[in-house]
Design a protein around this ligand. Structure first.
Ligand code: R2B
Length: 332
């Protein structure tokens, strides 16, 4: 099996392959890689072949009445984040940075009303709402969209906000793995009445490249570390400020300190499913979040709106720089 990594950046100290390189895939999973020689990828669900039309219900698109290869075949990067507003802002931001003409980004999912998806050049910017159920519905339809569109070697980023663990608010965290609420490195989903546990690791090589780009940006520090993905914002993250709390501050701190000792840098609400599903599809992905609070010092998000808006731009800045490097490399 030949290496089919389309390297974005190079450094001999980094891991030699991306996680979805066909050589790694065969060694790790013993199944054929979903990736084709031209970088397009196949969906592994054979039932889809029986469908006359596959309706991507929450995107308001389908693979019969829309020419998906024409509309999305050029997509190289997908950037996902929580809110519609932030992802519209990202679409304008990345368009400006890359000199792509785009006056007012148009929401391509406007028939469905659930999410908002924008496209500028080869970049999709789409919101996913809060938490794994909302994010995973969107992500699975985006994965099908990219496959039907015959997008080549797409990379999916999640840019988000989170609580930081023992690092200054405003720091950026790139997730190396994701923990569920009981601290296992799996995305847990009940299937046909039984719990499935799907590994939730991110692509080390891609993370090394992103950290390299992020460390060139002045004004904040970027860390690589574990991420806990909670299914709740309050008790599920050990907060003391929810409507219910049946543990003490000492209990909370001992839990947060346990996470810190394990190398966990942040808590958000999507990373396990994001890592697991992108890996299962054979796609590269990275989760890049800015911290709004140091959970060792408090639970409430107290910085001003202006400060939060400025911090929120940091993951956007890092991803935009990374995408720019890709185009710099192409033009050489
Ligand atoms: C971070 O922010 C949201 C909760 O406020 C959630 O989507 C997350 O992971």
């Amino acid at each position: 099996m030949k290496c089919d990594c389309d390297y974005i950046l190079s450094n001999e100290d980094w891991d030699p392959h991306y996680q979805n390189c066909s050589t790694i895939w065969n060694k790790n999973y013993g199944t054929p890689s979903p990736k084709n020689a031209d970088g397009t990828f196949n969906l592994t669900n054979k039932h889809l072949e029986q469908l006359d039309v596959d309706i991507l219900y929450h995107l308001g698109l389908d693979n019969k009445n829309y020419d998906l290869p024409k509309m999305f075949g050029d997509v190289k990067f997908v950037c996902m984040g929580g809110t519609k507003y932030r992802m519209k802002e990202f679409a304008s931001y990345v368009a400006k940075a890359l000199n792509i003409e785009c006056k007012d980004p148009v929401n391509l999912t406007k028939h469905s009303h659930r999410y908002a998806m924008y496209k500028v050049g080869p970049i999709i910017s789409v919101n996913h709402g809060i938490g794994i159920p909302s994010m995973s519905v969107l992500l699975q339809e985006v994965i099908k969209l990219l496959s039907y569109a015959k997008a080549k070697d797409p990379i999916i980023f999640r840019i988000g906000t989170c609580g930081g663990l023992d690092i200054p608010p405003g720091s950026v965290v790139i997730s190396s793995y994701a923990l569920n609420g009981t601290l296992e490195k799996t995305y847990d989903v009940p299937v046909l009445g039984e719990m499935r546990k799907i590994p939730s690791f991110f692509d080390n090589r891609l993370n090394q490249e992103i950290l390299h780009v992020a460390s060139e940006v002045k004004g904040f520090t970027t860390f690589i570390g574990g991420t806990m993905a909670a299914d709740d914002f309050y008790r599920g993250q050990g907060r003391l400020d929810g409507p219910f709390c049946d543990y003490t501050e000492e209990d909370k701190l001992s839990f947060i300190n346990k996470l810190v000792k394990m190398g966990v840098k942040n808590i958000e609400m999507e990373a396990t499913a994001f890592a697991a599903m992108t890996r299962e599809a054979g796609l590269r992905s990275a989760d890049i979040c800015v911290t709004f609070v140091n959970r060792l010092k408090g639970d409430q998000v107290t910085p001003t709106k202006a400060q939060l808006l400025e911090w929120q731009e940091r993951p956007m800045l890092v991803v935009t720089k990374y995408i720019s490097k890709y185009y710099e490399r192409l033009s050489k």
